[in-house]
Design a protein around this ligand. Structure first.
Ligand code: MN
Length: 249
């Protein structure tokens, strides 16, 4: 089995190293990952400047682009053959609720899904990346259970969030739906040393509505969250209602 690993935190990230270490127990691993921090780049594709692949070590290449670029280049050009599965992560930080729309890690898995390759995104909910490597033994048991060729529809990927606790304390695995994230004060407004105003997005207090069955609730209660995501953003329930608007040109 050929496994492509990528992420959005860059090829040096401990989360990616841990994921690749787990994947090597399951098959042949190629890592194609951004050469620097690409978190929150979502599903962006670099089209207006050339991309270069830098060999880092055997079976590891760094790209000066986004996670989507990495998967597209790996599958289209860099790997000798098509990967059987793409694993993205382990992201340094949660990707739950609306965060999946901003995440480069989730987008890397989505790009694989678009290319018809089964894909799983992994994220660690805690703030200390050094704690991620302790998850390797647990993931060596879990990841083979998640790789099920043909089991999911073509447009579907899995989004996995690991709770910020000692893996030995994990209570189990829950299949979840996306919750809702609530950001407050996430834009800072300040002045630089020369007195010019600037803005900074990020930080601030983060809370969520940990409703029953959500990813947030699962990790909050010490479970690993597994959410099946699909790429069709159509609100199928609303089609008939909007149809009744009788829109005309
Ligand atoms: Mn990230």
């Amino acid at each position: 089995m050929l496994i492509l690993c990528t992420n959005d935190d860059g090829y040096r990230a401990v989360g990616l190293r841990t994921l690749a270490e787990v994947a090597r127990q399951l098959g042949t691993v190629q890592v194609v990952a951004p050469d620097r921090e690409q978190s929150a780049t979502s599903h962006s594709l670099t089209m207006h400047h050339p991309l270069r692949a830098h060999p880092i070590e055997e079976c590891v290449q760094a790209i000066d682009g986004t996670p989507t670029d990495c998967v597209a280049l790996a599958v289209g050009e860099l790997l000798g053959s098509r990967p059987d599965v793409v694993l993205s992560g382990i992201n340094h930080g949660a990707n739950m609720g609306e965060d999946v729309l901003y995440s480069g890690t989730v987008a890397g898995a989505m790009e694989a899904t678009i290319l018809g390759i089964p894909a799983i995104a992994f994220s660690y909910v805690g703030r200390d990346p050094a704690a991620i490597s302790a998850y390797a033994p647990l993931l060596a048991r879990l990841v083979p259970q998640l790789i099920r060729p043909g089991a999911l529809p073509d447009d579907t990927l899995l989004n996995v969030n690991l709770p910020a606790i000692d893996p030995l304390e994990v209570r189990g695995v829950r299949v979840t739906r996306l919750g809702r994230r609530v950001y407050s004060d996430s834009i800072s407004r300040a002045r630089d040393p020369s007195g010019r105003e600037y803005f900074w997005i990020g930080g601030g207090a983060v809370s969520w509505t940990a409703d029953e069955g959500t990813d947030f609730q699962a990790v909050d209660e010490g479970y690993i969250s597994v959410t099946p995501l699909h790429l069709d953003l159509t609100n199928h329930k609303l089609l008939a209602q909007v149809e009744q608007w009788e829109l005309h040109a």
